[in-house]
Design a protein around this ligand. Structure first.
Ligand SMILES: C=C(O[C@@H]1C=C(C(=O)O)C=C[C@H]1O)C(=O)O
Length: 386
């Protein structure tokens, strides 16, 4: 009998079959235990839901992981193994949480209107708010004839339309909102939309930037940036609601946030775009690149490739959002050109010197990123089927 390309004796085959039978038995036991664990977590979920608590309990997780790691060591199991397994299981708990819904922090809100509610992020927020018991109404491109009726009596208006039209839409369409209505936006830049909201509406105003795409299965551990506008006590419930969904709120000054986005979004996405453009122009054979890929290259290709599975308009909006991003992108080009000149000049020592300089600047982050990426790379490798 052959196992793949290897020939085996009958004795080996028999021994393997016996052991594999035992392993199958253990895996089936594991499966039953997983079922049991999922059921218990679902019960915890129900208790928390009734008590209005978020399912995601970081302290309990940290304490549990620490204990299991110690127990693993004493059993001769690698602590990282049990941590990986438990983290994966906990992710499953967050996903299942949607089935029970979430506590409604403010039951007095009679109407939430999501402008751009049929877009991807709008759909996600509509879903989360609906799961939390809020009456959600959508106001999309084709609904403006009914806008007055839809907006009447709204307690929260959430703007999530393309960046390029956000400010103009706020200024031209949202003048007559009820005084106590909260006006919030989800745009990925914050200064201008916040200013437009403050100028147009005299009630509570807050700028939000969810730092994730619409394809996240759950908001647990995701980050939402909060830029305060006006009357923060009036929208405190909304922030609490988002925290109950599991997200971490990070308060930021709008200008500082926008500056960070020039690097985090505009420059980053633009260089991914150019990376893809270059592969395309070079007519790279992606199949064989993948065949030859190391895990980090595969991860990088995934990061770049996933861009092109999404909407060009969305990325154009993000990249073109701020005039100032041109500075960050031009600096990148200059640094690239400088490094290329060094390469052309054969200045190996110069390269090593600069490498050290950058490493020093990264400081403790460099080893932190190395160990974070190690487990990501291992998962990437696990995903391969051959
Ligand atoms: C099950 C709980 O809820 C969540 C899920 C956990 C898990 O799957 O072990 C642990 C902590 C919480 O994030 C709990 O609080 O015990």
């Amino acid at each position: 009998m052959a196992d793949g390309r290897f020939e085996m004796s009958e004795k080996t085959t028999a021994e393997l079959e016996k052991l594999r039978g035992l392993i199958d038995g253990v895996d089936q036991e594991l499966l039953k235990l997983l079922r049991q664990r999922l059921d218990l977590v679902a019960q915890v979920g129900a208790v928390k839901h009734n008590a209005g608590l978020p399912i995601y309990a970081p302290q309990r997780e940290a304490a549990m992981l620490a204990k299991r790691r110690v127990e693993a060591e004493s059993l001769g199991v690698s602590p990282q193994l049990i941590e990986d397994v438990l983290r994966r299981l906990m992710r499953e708990s967050y996903l299942n949480e949607k089935d029970v819904g979430f506590k409604q922090v403010n039951p007095d809100i009679n109407k939430v209107v999501i402008i751009g509610g049929r877009g991807q992020l709008g759909t996600l927020f509509a879903q989360m708010l609906t799961l939390s018991g809020y009456p959600v109404h959508l106001l999309d491109k084709d609904d403006w004839d009914n806008a007055d009726a839809i907006l009447a009596g709204a307690g929260l208006v959430l703007v999530t339309v393309p960046i390029a039209i956000t400010c103009e839409l706020i200024r031209s369409r949202l003048q007559g909102l009820p005084k106590d209505c909260i006006l919030a936006d989800l745009t990925s830049i914050k200064s201008q939309p916040l200013q437009a909201m403050l100028e147009t509406h005299c009630g509570p105003v807050v700028g939000l930037h969810p730092m994730f795409g619409p394809d996240v299965g759950s908001l647990a551990k995701q980050v939402v940036v909060v830029c305060h506008g006006r009357q923060s006590e009036a929208y405190a419930w909304l922030l609490e609601q988002i925290a109950i969904w599991g997200a971490r709120l990070v308060e930021a000054d709008a200008g500082k946030h926008d500056k960070a986005m020039q690097l985090v979004q505009a420059m980053r996405h633009f260089s991914s775009f150019v990376y893809g453009l270059n592969l395309c122009r070079e007519q790279a054979d992606l199949d064989s690149l993948l065949q030859f890929s190391s895990p980090i290259y595969r991860l990088e290709l995934a990061m770049v490739g996933r861009l092109f599975a999404q909407s060009p308009e969305l990325y154009a909006d993000i990249i073109f959002a701020q005039q100032e991003s041109l500075g960050a992108i031009s600096d990148y080009l200059n640094n690239y050109a400088g490094a290329l000149a060094m390469l052309k000049a054969g200045d190996r020592d110069g390269f090593v010197r600069q490498f050290r300089e950058v490493a020093e600047w990264f400081g403790d982050f460099a080893p932190q990123f190395r160990s974070e990426s190690r487990s990501m790379l291992q998962s990437v490798n696990d995903m391969k089927s051959h």
